[in-house]
Design a protein around this ligand. Sequence first.
Ligand SMILES: Cc1cc2nc3c(=O)[nH]c(=O)nc-3n(C[C@H](O)[C@H](O)[C@H](O)COP(=O)(O)OP(=O)(O)OC[C@H]3O[C@@H](n4cnc5c(N)ncnc54)[C@H](O)[C@@H]3O)c2cc1C
Length: 614
Amino acid sequence: MPVTGPDGPPRPAESGGPPRAAGSGGPPRPAESGGPPRAAGSGGPPRAAESGGMPRPAGSGGPPRTAIVTVDDDPGVSRAVARDLRRRYGETHRIIRAESGGAALDALSQLKLRGDLVAVILADYRMPQMNGIEFLERAMDVYPGARRVLLTAYADTGAAIDAINIIDLDHYLLKPWDPPEEKLYPVVDAMLEAWLASDHRPVPETKVVGHRWSARSSGVREFLARNQVPYRWYSADEPEGRRLLAAAGSDGRALPVVITADGEVLVEPADAELAGKVGLATTPSKDFYDLIVIGGGPAGLGAAVYGASEGLRTVLVERTATGGQAGQSSRIENYLGFPDGVSGAQLTDRARRQAARFGAEVLTARDVVGLEVNGSARGVRFADGSRVDAHTVILATGVSYRQLAAPGVAELTGRGVFYGSTLTEAAACAGQDVFIVGGANSAGQAAVYLSRHARSVTLLVRGPSLEASMSYYLIQQIAGIPSISVRTCTDVVAADGGDHLERLTLRDSVAGTTQTVHAQLLFVFIGAAPLTDWLDGVVARDERGFVLAGPDLSADGHLPAGWWPDRPPYHLETSVPGVFVAGDARAESAKRVASAVGEGAMAVMLVHRYLEKP
Ligand SMILES: Cc1cc2nc3c(=O)[nH]c(=O)nc-3n(C[C@H](O)[C@H](O)[C@H](O)COP(=O)(O)OP(=O)(O)OC[C@H]3O[C@@H](n4cnc5c(N)ncnc54)[C@H](O)[C@@H]3O)c2cc1C
């Protein structure tokens, strides 16, 4: 289910409580407007929007000044907010106030065109024509990095909490905010601090020119979005897309064409090439580490954070994008410390920055294909034949989606058929009839999320009901959303179409009948399997490919073949001393974010023990 989609992921914040701490905001997410920034209308100053502080004279050419923007349809309240803001921030910031969402958007567009920065946007919730949530959602298109605050009356706190998921709200502020020293300024101070700590400079964006139904175009957008690389998407059919292709010397037959921030042109780039060109690390800086972590999901990121913070020279190797399965979840409800849920993208962003802060190296787009044991060194081989060595390894490779075997599905994958949470497809769902295969929580979460965009969502469930496979709270949520319907005892038996998915053939396993339905989008969530064949013959696994560890290795009373230490394997240690496993890849693991993170941390503790006493 789309998570860090270009239009902004649902990124829960700590509602109503203290605002997010400085530095927790994360880098600007992908800005994908499908074209150049919206023109700001007449070109004159927007009506009902006025600026304060020390406005920069037009054409002064001075450095951009940071603005705080406030919008409230009640002129009295609007003036009062602006007055209070000006009193405290007027010397250092421009205070821009507007009395409608439309006027505020015009003001934002003008600021954008002039290259000015916007740090904080405060919007009243109850406004006619465009309420505060709608306005903030559109404001995110213009200034994705600006911190967002919703002003609400007490009666509207429910809407504010909902907004946390819709627009990635940073804070909601109850009206009235008197005295501002106690209620308004601490919030705005924290927002400014967080904004300053995040990378707010205007980003010279990577441009992707592609086609909606090109599988590799989807792949590139997915890769950039999941790695939180800001980019701008242009359809090859649109004038600006055609202009860019012409400038790049491309006839548009091979898509996508990626134009990096430095102006370099890449045609249908592979992930590894793309990663290198957009500034993601792909090569280890050292030949030898204390710890190599394979896999950048919650378990791997957990291990990297604890390993690096405890002084181990740590490198994490991830084949696609950090976050793993969790990074694709629109909302993780049960992770400790996030009572309102947290999006996988947000959790990943925080974890990755945390790992980097402690000095862990994170390599992206590097597929590990081999593990070698050379005396006390553990070597990891990459797909291109290169390698890196360490004293210890933590396998945190998780699981990957199972493929749907119906005829036509493989050919249409990436062109209407998507596995799991394809981040970039949320916008494409607008007004569409969307189908989701699967009856477990991941399918349910996707249904709830996509129902916000799609005209209808049909959940295709093989079993007779959802009860056996989905959490009660999700079943209740789904029951309360009229645009979601559930078809039980239903299999997808074929998919077909031209350059993209057009039809699905569904079979009712009880009635024995088939039906062909029009469908442009199919999301598949039918379980997952560990992809650990590359460990064959090196590390002991169970019959399904999950890695055995600790007591599970000697379930028959014998230590694993070739085991040489004069001690049994540590709890998360595999059949190879010094090689540990954490998270979903481990046999009998809990398959939860919290347990994966916990196992990552615990594996590091065992790494220390191993280093002291191999
Ligand atoms: C849509 C969805 C929603 C979910 N919601 C929840 C929830 O609400 N609460 C909850 O507790 N759990 C939830 N889960 C489950 C949770 O996400 C997983 O249990 C958790 O992500 C497991 O973490 P992990 O690090 O072990 O593995 P993964 O998250 O699977 O990460 C493994 C990583 O390793 C990488 N990798 C694999 N092989 C290699 C290789 N050879 N070389 C390099 N890299 C490799 C993969 O690309 C991947 O990034 C959800 C899962 C999904 C799919």
